[in-house]
Design a protein around this ligand. Sequence first.
Ligand SMILES: *Cc1c(COP(=O)(O)O)cnc(C)c1O
Length: 346
Amino acid sequence: MEKIVDLRSDTVTKPSLAMREIMAKAEVGDDVYGEDPTVRQLEEMAAAIMGKEAGLFVVSGTMGNQVALLAHTSRGDEIILEANAHIYTYEVGALAVLGGLLPKLIEGNKGKISPEQLKKAIRPLNIHFPQTTLLCLENTSNFGGGTVISVEEMDQLTDVAHGYGLKVHLDGARIFNAAVYLGVPVRELVKGVDSVMFCLAKGLGAPVGSVLVGSKEFIEKARKYRKMLGGGLRQSGILAAAGIYALENNIKRLAYDHLLARKLAEGLAELPGLYIDLDTVQTNILMVDIVREDLNSTQLVDILKDEGVLSSAISEKRVRFVTHRDVGDKDIDYTLQVMSKIMMAK
Ligand SMILES: *Cc1c(COP(=O)(O)O)cnc(C)c1O
């Protein structure tokens, strides 16, 4: 097999030579002592971009989300999430194990909940009830298919939540994809939320890391929880340098990732046996449903793999493709060619 087109996730991106060079030269110190200047620079830069007071470098999106939950809530609180939220479905049950939290799930539309649904989900004060203290949003929505929540929709949801005394955490693993899609500065999109986690190691192309931002007081608490979870790092400026490079150089490229996803979606939508809701193809994630009896997602993923194209089986009939900076136009052409051969056969 000469070439592999890896469309499983944007996490598979590898650091470029230029990024590695910057990493090698990074000035470092012991970050647990607060002495790594490069980590501090990344945290300040992230806070400024997001329009928040402070930032915290964490090793993964999962760690960022979970320290945020710990810092915002108390054990036994109820938190509101969309039913397919990454924090609920894909973080090993940490909200229950680590936070002692109860999830209240709302079935959204393409990863989005409405202000009315939110209002209904918030518990009134009653001695019998757990207290609802946090709303978690996800933008873009991974399992919604990379779908975007607009500035207006974000504002409406955060207004309702704050009106009832809830805090709002944004799982913004791909918030830059959302901002690029909407053509708005990212700080505008997150202005109403109390905290944001975003990933450096997805479409932005860094090898490791996410950043959590919020108020000074919140980040101080989160820093302590990060240490508790074993996330107190030492000369992590090596990693933070890649994050700084990613924020300075790799945001623009996301628009092209979106273009490639769109091209793939439109090509696949023409093939028999597949269904794609083109309205959901807004950013770099593409969900494809198989609509024939004799093929399921794991079979399709295996056949594609034999042809050098990697994808993910999300459910029995659903396959996910994700575009990113390590795939190009020719790779999409090749994927379309292979998919056409598979779907036209039989
Ligand atoms: C990838 C992802 C995360 C967590 O990322 P890890 O770094 O893999 O822990 C969180 N939320 C969403 C929506 C994601 O897509």
